[in-house]
Design a protein around this ligand. Structure first.
Ligand SMILES: NC(=O)c1ccc[n+]([C@@H]2O[C@H](COP(=O)([O-])OP(=O)(O)OC[C@H]3O[C@@H](n4cnc5c(N)ncnc54)[C@H](OP(=O)(O)O)[C@@H]3O)[C@@H](O)[C@H]2O)c1
Length: 272
């Protein structure tokens, strides 16, 4: 597969988890990579690791907080005229637990990053892609996008936005040379859950490496949706589309209660 060779890919949330795995795999496939996240030292360490393993590719770390207008603005400024062939909007966060007793600040941060930051980068970099008549955008949503998620209410809703927005954009841009794909990982073994008491059983989750490889393979095949990892992830999204909405919501609530999410608490110390 030589789809990525010589291309420049920008990956948000590249300091760890799925984003880091995407950046490493893109470099392995021959793409130059621009890495974005907030933690500068971690980002520099990831950049060094990729340079050591894949000396032929160019690695550019750019620290930025994409949950703020300043952060996205600074990233776009730092890019200058540098053209991005593939934008992967992967950075995302969410909180777990009953909505009204978890910190409002965490819900707001999730909306600011998962929706506003993603929309802004898609807009700005997408416009340059359209001008050039080529490029690609991958927005990382989630299996959480396909039904309301009691006890992860705001997170699920942000991912429903990403799903709807990305599907619509993929259709708007069909035939323009700019390919758009939504990716829907299921539970993946990353530090995503470290900010709450929520725990993920590794036996029922995928590795970030597998998720990243599946997403890139699907993008290379020009799919408009990617369901990386185990097959049950995709199967559950199909079930959610065919059952009545109220039934799906009740089932999602029951599953999340079984996982203990109705008792989950935020661990960041953010004010309530
Ligand atoms: N893990 C799962 O089970 C799962 C399942 C489905 C979908 N997803 C989605 O997959 C994506 C990646 O999640 P993950 O599991 O890899 O999470 P993760 O391990 O927590 O990594 C999140 C990445 O996003 C960055 N980030 C967080 N806030 C940011 C901000 N304000 N500005 C810029 N970068 C920021 C983090 O770096 P800094 O903290 O240094 O900024 C980190 O690099 C997310 O969109 C998530 O919703 C995850």
């Amino acid at each position: 597969m030589d789809d990525f060779r010589g291309r420049t890919a920008l990956v948000t949330g590249a300091s760890k988890g799925i984003g880091r795995a995407l950046a490493v795999d893109l470099a392995r496939r021959g793409a130059d990579v621009i890495l974005v996240a907030r933690a500068e030292q971690t980002l520099l360490a990831v950049a060094d690791d990729i340079r050591t393993r894949f000396p032929a590719v160019t690695v550019t770390p750019i620290p930025a907080d994409l949950g703020t207008p300043d952060g996205t603005g600074r990233l776009l400024e730092a890019l200058g005229g540098h053209s991005v062939d593939l934008l992967i909007n992967n950075a995302g966060m969410g909180t777990a637990g009953p909505f009204l007793i978890s910190p409002l600040e965490r819900h707001q941060s999730s909306i600011d990053l998962n929706i506003t930051g993603l929309t802004r980068l898609t807009y700005d970099l997408g416009r340059s892609m359209i001008e050039r008549g080529s490029g690609g955008i991958v927005n990382v949503a989630s299996t959480a996008a396909f039904q309301p998620l009691p006890y992860q209410a705001s997170y699920g809703a942000t991912k429903a936005f990403v799903l709807s927005f990305t599907e619509a954009l993929a259709e708007e841009l069909r035939g323009t040379g700019v390919h758009v794909m939504a990716a829907h990982p299921g539970a993946t073994d990353t530090s995503f859950f470290d900010t709450s008491t929520m725990e993920v059983n590794p036996a029922f989750s995928d590795t970030p490496d597998r998720v990243a490889a599946d997403i890139l393979d699907d993008y290379a095949r020009r799919h408009t949706a990617s369901y990386p990892g185990r097959f049950t992830n995709q199967a559950m999204t199909v079930v959610a589309r065919f059952l009545p909405r109220r039934t799906v919501t009740k089932l999602a609530a029951a599953l999340n209660r079984k996982l203990g999410l109705h008792e989950a608490r935020d661990l960041t110390g953010a004010p309530g």
